[in-house]
Design a protein around this ligand. Structure first.
Ligand SMILES: NC(=O)C1=CN([C@@H]2O[C@H](COP(=O)(O)OP(=O)(O)OC[C@H]3O[C@@H](n4cnc5c(N)ncnc54)[C@H](OP(=O)(O)O)[C@@H]3O)[C@@H](O)[C@H]2O)C=CC1
Ligand SMILES: CC(=O)N[C@@H](CCC(=O)OP(=O)(O)O)C(=O)O
Length: 342
């Protein structure tokens, strides 16, 4: 069994990861960590998150310097479900041994350090780790993930957006001079578990935020290979992201060609489902899937695509596990979806 630990296990994505690893046929959940100051220190994870009651009984251990140093050689896999700053600071130690590190934060996704500082508000000081980090968009970068020692698991909005746009960009269908327009709504769990005014129950009402300045815009652009307009919205529901994306396509692009491009991109990818109707959040929440559906206006040359994911699963925890599966030589969906017989 592959020895696995989760740092930041009391948070929303960390708890989902614990649940997935616990049920996985090849990974073994060995330890759960929280910060040295954690209010949840010493509690069982199943007592903190009721849905894991009697399922995950490991305690939440405060992480100290000694543990940090030993994890790198004791573990085979370390999942970091921690704030960007903590992942940034700890990565050199955690990645210095045999463990492969899968970081759910944004600390190692953007290769351009100036852009990183502009969007994350602090200077990147781990250039060697940044150089080694591979972007973990599992259904697109499997070849690189299979040999990586550090995997930067994508953000939730970039996962929804790139899954929809990459087949079109790579096929050369997107018209030059037109930026894809991404409007996406996320549930409040995207903001994490800690209390904050903006994500407080009575304060949340459907609203755009981070307009023309959200850190996921450069992430989407960097891994798509072209600029985009990205507008996130916060919705008054707990989980899920629905992204509606409008793209101007070249004049000769037919509905059949688009269908073909999506079919080619996702054949043998059980996690991405090409739907025959507009996906709803309820179709994907609690699942590792990304659901896609689209329609082309052949007269105007505009394509509208809808992409739906669970932000805590395909947008974070289950995609991290897809990456770990790939890295250890398994099918990316192992432990995430059941095989369907014909
Ligand atoms: N929520 C989402 O939809 C997504 C989140 N992400 C990213 O994943 C990471 C985790 O997100 P999420 O689970 O939502 O966050 P939460 O706020 O829910 O959880 C954060 C976890 O990290 C721990 N933590 C906080 N501060 C520190 C610290 N200084 N050192 C060590 N541990 C710390 C917390 O425990 P404690 O405070 O008890 O120590 C908690 O276990 C973040 O980087 C986030 O940006 C990525 C994609 C989607
Ligand atoms: C609703 C909400 O607040 N969502 C988060 C995105 C969560 C995510 O994908 O996390 P990374 O920070 O790891 O990129 C936000 O907009 O900041």
């Amino acid at each position: 069994m592959i020895k696995t630990c989760i740092v930041g296990a009391s948070g929303y994505t960390g708890a989902e990861l614990a649940s997935l690893v616990q049920r996985h046929p090849r990974f073994e959940l060995n330890a759960l960590y929280v910060s040295a100051q954690s209010q949840d220190a010493g509690k069982k994870l199943g007592d903190v998150h009721g849905y894991l009651f009697a399922q995950v009984n490991l305690p939440l251990t405060p992480l100290n310097d000694d543990a940090l140093h030993s994890l790198a050689n004791e573990m085979d896999v370390i999942f970091l479900a921690t704030p960007h700053e903590a992942s940034h600071d700890w990565m050199p130690i955690l990645s210095s041994g045999k463990a492969v590190v899968f970081d759910l934060s944004g600390a190692f996704r953007l290769k351009d350090q100036q852009v990183f500082e502009q969007y994350y508000g602090f200077a990147h000081q781990q250039p060697a780790c940044l150089e080694k980090a591979v972007y973990g968009l599992a259904d697109w970068f499997a070849k690189d993930i299979k040999t990586a020692d550090i995997v930067a698991v994508p953000g939730c909005y970039p996962t929804a957006s790139l899954s929809a746009l990459k087949p079109l960009h790579d096929a050369g269908f997107i018209a030059d001079g037109h930026l894809p327009i991404i409007n996406a709504v996320s549930g409040v769990s995207g903001a994490g578990r800690k209390a904050a005014m903006a994500s407080s129950y009575c304060e949340v009402s459907l609203q755009a935020y981070g307009v023309l300045g959200h850190r996921h815009q450069p992430e989407i652009s960097a891994y798509l290979g072209r600029d985009v307009i990205f507008t996130p919205h916060l919705g008054n529901f707990k989980r899920g992201i629905l992204a509606t994306i409008t793209v101007k396509v070249n004049a000769d692009v037919s509905p059949e060609a688009i269908e073909n491009a999506f079919n080619q991109a996702y054949k043998n990818h059980a996690i991405v489902r090409l739907r025959n109707t507009w996906p709803k959040l309820d179709d994907v929440v609690g699942t590792p899937h990304c659901d896609l559906f689209w329609k082309l206006d052949t007269h105007k040359g505009y394509l509208v695509i809808t992409s739906a994911i669970d932000n805590l699963l395909k947008g974070a925890a289950s995609q991290a596990l897809q990456c770990a599966n790939l890295r250890f030589g398994y099918a990316s969906q192992l432990g995430l979806v059941h095989e369907v017989s014909a």
